[in-house]
Ligand binder design. Structure first.
Ligand code: BGC
Length: 353
């Protein structure tokens, strides 16, 4: 009937209108959600970019892609450039530490316990900008067991001290007589080729601090850090003693023309360095005897490191020799550079006497 078909047409017409309306509503809702998700995605990308430098710390390891990212990050809020400076005293310090060498430690264990240390032994805090860029230089030969303890104890301490740091083990190649101070000069030079360090810690491999408030950083005067060693009954053996662990800023180090290169065998080179510091009108800064406590790993005297009989004569002439003998006369050959997970090992030929 014509009346019925008119009614049917009306119903159909309304249904179609309703479907079109529903479609429109659906598209609108979808659009709104899409635009909102774009916002979220954008914020997420920004966040990711500002976190990246924390994960990509070693400048020498940065790929071209990452370098491109770095340029973007400079403009992004929260990038390292915008991080607040770390406080003068780290809030992470715990004070006195138990240090003992009765049970062995493995590199694997130390690596697992320090997941934030990057290849080559590099670290920098992620939540604040470190106050100093510190290269730790360890003169070395055949002391792998001692190095394991050093890495095991020092990595956690240095991280708690909120330092931007790198560990450099300078390994004397061959069997010639050992030359500690020359290896330290090599460490200074090689570390600076990798990163813009402003502070250098010169540490024997067998010395472990017993208190993390003994911050491994630089001060307004050259610093002696191992002031209270168990080996010397937790006191200074003599007032001018500057051996074991010391720190110097780049400026302080250059002021004294670095360290002597001609002390072969054990002893005297640290006294020469003391003389250099004193002759340039600088004094030695030290922590107090409690904070400066440290333990030495007991060992027999190394082969090819017998006491140097010439040391007394050399120490007596530091003021005359220091301008000719030092960083300005350093020569050596790099044999090998190995990037280990917890340290950088640089094997060098330093020649012979
Ligand atoms: C040596 C130093 C040594 C000190 C402590 C001195 O006689 O010249 O090189 O660090 O004794 O053992």
């Amino acid at each position: 009937m014509p009346g019925d078909s008119a009614v049917n047409f009306n119903v159909l017409h309304r249904t179609c209108k309703l479907v079109v309306l529903l479609c429109f509503l659906h598209i609108s809702v979808t659009l709104i959600f899409y635009v909102r998700s774009l916002d979220i995605r954008f914020a997420f990308v920004q966040n990711q970019q500002s976190n990246t430098p924390a994960n990509v710390r070693s400048t020498n390891l940065t790929t071209k892609e990452e370098a491109k990212d770095d340029k973007i990050q400079v403009k992004v809020e929260g990038s390292p450039k915008n991080l607040e400076k770390c406080p003068e005293t780290s809030p992470l310090l715990v004070g006195p530490l138990r240090v003992e060498f009765s049970s062995p430690v493995s590199l694997e264990q130390t690596r697992k316990e320090n997941p934030n240390v990057e290849v080559g032994g590099r670290f920098r805090p992620t939540d604040c900008e470190a106050l100093q860029k510190v290269a730790l230089i360890i003169p070395f030969r055949n002391r792998d067991e001692h190095l394991k303890y050093w890495l095991y104890y020092l990595h956690p301490i240095l991280q708690r001290q909120q330092l931007d740091y790198g560990v450099y083990v300078i390994n004397q190649d061959g069997d010639e007589i050992f030359n500690r101070a020359k290896l330290l000069n090599v460490g200074y030079t090689e570390a600076l080729k990798e990163y813009d360090y402003d502070c250098f810690i010169f540490s024997d491999v067998d010395l472990i601090p017993m208190d993390d408030r003994n911050t491994y950083k630089c001060f307004s005067q050259p610093r002696h850090l191992s002031v209270s060693m168990d080996k010397f009954g937790f006191r200074l053996p003599y007032n001018q003693y500057f051996g074991g662990v010391s720190s110097m800023s780049k400026q302080q180090y250059l002021k004294i023309n670095g360290f002597p290169n001609n002390y072969w065998g054990w002893g005297g080179e640290d006294d020469d360095i003391y003389n250099r510091v004193a002759s340039k009108g600088m004094s030695i800064s030290r922590p107090d005897g409690t904070v400066g406590k440290c333990r030495m790993i007991r060992h027999d005297r190394d082969k090819q490191n017998e006491p140097n009989p010439q040391r007394f004569d050399r120490i007596a002439h530091t003021r005359e020799t220091m301008h000719k003998d030092g960083i300005n006369s350093l020569s050596y050959k790099v044999v090998k550079i190995e990037k280990e997970p917890l340290y950088t090992k640089i094997t060098v030929d330093v020649g012979k006497p």
